[in-house]
Design a protein around this ligand. Structure first.
Ligand code: AMP
Ligand code: ZN
Length: 845
């Protein structure tokens, strides 16, 4: 059954055209004589081919509608789609499908066959009304041409009525082929009443048939094609969670959507066709509000504000309302579209409204939509005078904001975009709307985890490292292991100076300038005091004492105090980690690009920041401290708790005792700059700001440098220098430097990388144990020592935090050895994971 594949002319189906014509733009046949008998004689009318493939572009429609263009071949290469613009929608149209209903083959039916083939339409021919309907119900043709000349074969008007009885024919164009009328004034009304769109007076001339088809395609058929797309728009309206009401220019209700019905308690049938005035009004609106709204929208302006509506059950409901006039016939306002969203506090009694609200909260798209609307309420013009008190307040505070002389850069940006939107075409304005939506969110740099990222290891790491106060829960107080700063334990034997460093330790530190330096050997050799020894050596290499004008003994004492305030009981956040970060920092500082960018004061700040950056770390994450309501979380308002503490404590410890005050001899202004730089770098290690720092670095440094490199030429050296050394960019370089040093363990040689992974995992496990013990929320459930896959957690950590950051840092500082290690290490973890192993190392053979 079906009409797609028949080849021969039968009672059922004739053929499908689609053969490529030589030149579809200029018909070869320009014969103007009427071919009454056999139109095929001497003409390129071939027995029809039934190939469906090989559709070619239809004749050019240039000049017909500038927005409607031919698009290229589809990927299958079989069908050429035509692009059709419908308002802001871009549609693609398949080649036309034509159904010819002719009881007998004659020159007229052949003429249309030929014309279809020439125009590359898909064409089916049937002989009887039954087959016509059957074929139509299968293919839903765009155009049906019915032979109306011979009533003895079938009743064409009855057939047309039958077509119209089928729902899907609503947008089908049906043409009647009629005999040349005896009287010119013969009425077309019977045809129109039967459901025909058009009459074609028999004319077998091939060009006449062809031209008729082209006119139909570009006229009526295309209009119907666009109308069909309104199904999508109606679907959007029906699905919307906002209550939507459309009225005519004289405020007769034309449409309400299901959300409107459920919020207001009316059925569509009770409202459609009624004037708005007939619907009971709420007495809660200020008396002149309706007048204000009307005077605004009648001028063609949008009105937005707060409005009370009365529901069918008599309850009042406060809504955020936006009414937009829509221009229609005659260039006049023909509709008003009102979009209404109940305000939370006023619909407590309304279950359905609550439901709509709740649903919209769970839907990311509608939340975004809601935010955008809220945003546009805040910033864009509120066109009403807003007789409602809150709207008045809002309006005046907006006026204040606009008249403020001190403008934040983001406000300037938003204002510039708003202005640009006013003179932009619709697609640009809409794109800018989306830009504004993004700009108005505070988390500009934090990627949102999409479904593809919803690996529990990633989401736990992200949740655990990138949130703090948000997860705060009141609960047991976490007592910091170290409540008072540690003073230097006197019994510790300390090196007197660099020259006094025991040979075994000195030897261990010989390769300290290599990236592959083994910090754990130094940890062992120094009995867990690697920071003091490595600090002495590295600070000396960089001439820190000279810069600070401080005796080496002060530096030594300072290093000892700092190291003593790291918790050796932490498996990861102990002084070995600080020494490791110091090592990485020194390594990065010796890279050419970094040297070009930074001043000596920046280098000294970076070394100090690395040394102190995790001081007094309790071995628990910020989220944990916030959840536990720890003293520190309270002190720092659940915000960058640990990082704030590290920076603050470092300065307290440094300045409280002259003996270890390395800043004692520097000038006040220099101290202030140094202090500012150290604080900024320590705070930059906070993971909630990870993507912000990386993105800023890429945008302000990587991208401009790459662009300059592409242009090449020595004339750009100055520009390169200015990018590298501008004060803003030096800050970004320093932040990126300490961040990369802080989490560089996945870029260390494999053995070191494995050791670090083991240490951080153990620290996380200990936190989970304690959370369970204390009944606190478990911040990172995947880090449960009984179930955790360490390889998976490392893969997630590398994927999410490390790869992009080190790509950017490598592009800047040129670190091929680190990237090689990263690659190897990643493969190592992948290898274990592929073998479904959860451990740090494979079991012994
Ligand atoms: P910091 O606390 O300053 O060392 O910040 C770095 C963050 O990255 C810490 O929260 C660490 O827990 C986390 N981190 C570092 N290395 C790893 C790793 N290999 N796997 C998972 N998390 C890590
Ligand atoms: Zn750290």
């Amino acid at each position: 059954m079906g009409c797609a594949s028949s080849i021969h002319i039968s009672d059922r189906v004739v053929y499908h055209s689609g053969k490529e014509s030589e030149d579809s733009h200029s018909p070869q046949q320009t014969n103007t004589t009427q071919h009454q008998g056999n139109p095929a004689s001497g003409l390129p009318l071939k027995p029809p081919s039934c190939k469906e493939s090989g559709q070619k572009k239809i004749p050019s429609d240039s000049g017909h509608n500038r927005k409607e263009q031919q698009s290229g071949e589809t990927t299958s290469g079989k069908t050429t789609l035509t692009e059709v613009q419908f308002g802001p929608m871009k549609l693609f149209k398949d080649p036309l499908q034509v159904l010819l209903v002719f009881a007998k083959e004659d020159s007229q039916s052949n003429g249309f066959c030929w014309a279809c083939e020439k125009a590359n339409y898909r064409c089916s021919m049937v002989r009887t009304p039954e087959y016509a309907l059957e074929c139509f119900s299968e293919k839903h043709h765009d155009l049906v041409i019915i032979d109306h000349r011979h009533s003895r074969h079938f009743d064409a008007e009855a057939l047309c009525r039958s077509f119209r009885a089928v729902n899907s024919s609503e947008n089908t164009v049906i043409v009647a082929v009629v005999k040349r009328p005896d009287r010119e004034e013969a009425s077309v009304m019977p045809l129109i009443n039967a459901g025909f769109n058009r009459r074609y007076v028999e004319n077998v001339n091939l060009m006449a048939c062809y031209n008729e088809l082209l006119q139909l395609e570009h006229g009526e058929v295309r209009a119907q094609f666009k109308l069909r797309a309104s199904n999508a728009i109606f679907t959007a309206l029906e699905q919307s969670q906002d209550a939507i009401e459309i009225t005519s220019e004289d405020q007769v209700i034309q449409y309400v959507n299901p959300a409107y019905e459920s919020i207001m308690g009316y059925q569509q049938g009770e409202l459609v066709g009624k004037e708005i005035i007939e619907v009971p009004k709420s007495e809660k609106n200020k008396p002149d509000l309706l007048e204000t709204i009307n005077s605004c929208i009648r001028k063609g302006k949008e009105w937005q504000g707060i409005y009370y509506a009365k529901k069918k059950n008599g309850d009042n409901i406060q809504q955020n309302v936006k009414i937009t006039p829509v221009i229609g016939q005659g260039g006049k306002i023909r509709h008003y579209v009102s979009i209404n969203r109940p305000l939370n506090d006023n619909n407590k009694s309304d279950k359905s409204a609550d439901r709509v609200q709740a649903e919209s909260q769970t839907d990311i798209q509608s939340c975004k939509h809601k935010d955008r609307r809220k945003g546009s309420l805040d910033v864009k013009s509120i066109t009403s005078r807003g007789s409602d008190a809150s709207s008045q307040r809002r309006h005046s505070s907006m006026a204040r904001i606009h008249s403020m002389t001190i403008e934040a850069p983001i406000t300037k940006v938003i204002n510039i975009i708003n202005q640009a939107q006013e003179s932009s075409p619709m697609p640009v304005a809409e794109a800018l709307d989306r830009v504004l939506e993004i700009l108005r969110t505070t988390e500009l740099y934090s990627p949102q985890l999409g479904t593809k990222d919803e690996d529990p290891h990633t989401s736990d790491l992200v949740g655990g490292l990138m949130t703090d106060g948000l997860r705060r829960m009141s609960g047991n107080e976490y007592i910091l292991a170290t409540k008072q700063p540690h003073h230097l334990p006197s019994h510790l034997a300390t090196p007197l100076s660099l020259n006094d460093i025991p040979p075994r330790i000195a030897q261990t530190m010989e390769s300290e300038d290599s990236w592959d330096f083994d910090i754990f050997s130094l940890e062992a050799a120094t009995m867990k005091r690697p920071l003091t020894f490595l600090g002495l050596k590295i600070f000396s290499r960089f001439g820190v004492c000279e810069f600070l004008n401080c005796p080496e003994a002060t530096l030594r004492s300072w290093l000892q105090v700092i190291e003593a305030n790291y918790h050796s009981s932490n498996s990861y956040h102990n002084s070995t980690h600080a020494a490791d970060v110091l090592h990485a920092t020194a390594y990065f500082l010796s890279k050419e690009r970094v040297k070009q960018s930074l001043d000596p004061i920046d280098e000294v700040a970076a070394l100090i920041a690395a040394t102190v950056h995790d001081i007094d770390h309790p071995g628990r994450t910020n989220s944990f401290l916030c959840n536990a309501g720890s003293e520190l979380a309270i002190l720092y308002n659940d915000t960058a708790v640990l990082e704030s503490h590290h920076a603050a404590l470092a300065f307290q410890l440094t300045t409280r005792d002259d003996k270890s005050n390395i800043f004692k001899h520097i000038e006040r202004n220099e101290y202030r700059s140094l202090r500012q730089a150290v604080i900024d770098m320590v705070l930059a290690t906070e993971m909630t700001k990870h993507f912000e720092h990386v993105n800023k670095f890429v945008n302000s440094i990587n991208k401009p440098l790459a662009a300059l490199e592409e242009n090449g030429g020595s004339s750009d050296e100055e520009t390169v220098k200015s990018v590298l050394t501008s004060p803003e960019n030096r800050i970004l370089v320093k932040r990126m430097l300490i961040k990369c040093a802080d989490i560089s363990n996945p870029c260390r040689p494999l053995e070191l990388c494995i050791e670090w992974a083991g240490r951080i995992s153990e620290e996380y496990f200990a936190q989970t144990d304690e959370e369970k013990r204390q009944g606190l929320p478990v911040v990172m459930p995947v880090f449960d020592r009984n179930t955790c896959s360490i390889p998976k957690s490392q893969i997630s950590f590398i994927d999410y935090f490390i790869t992009d950051m080190f790509d950017a840092w490598d592009a800047f500082a040129d670190l091929p050895n680190l990237m090689q290690h990263l690659d190897n290490n990643f493969k190592y973890w992948k290898g274990l994971d592929d073998r479904k192993l959860h451990t740090l190392r494979p079991p012994p053979e």
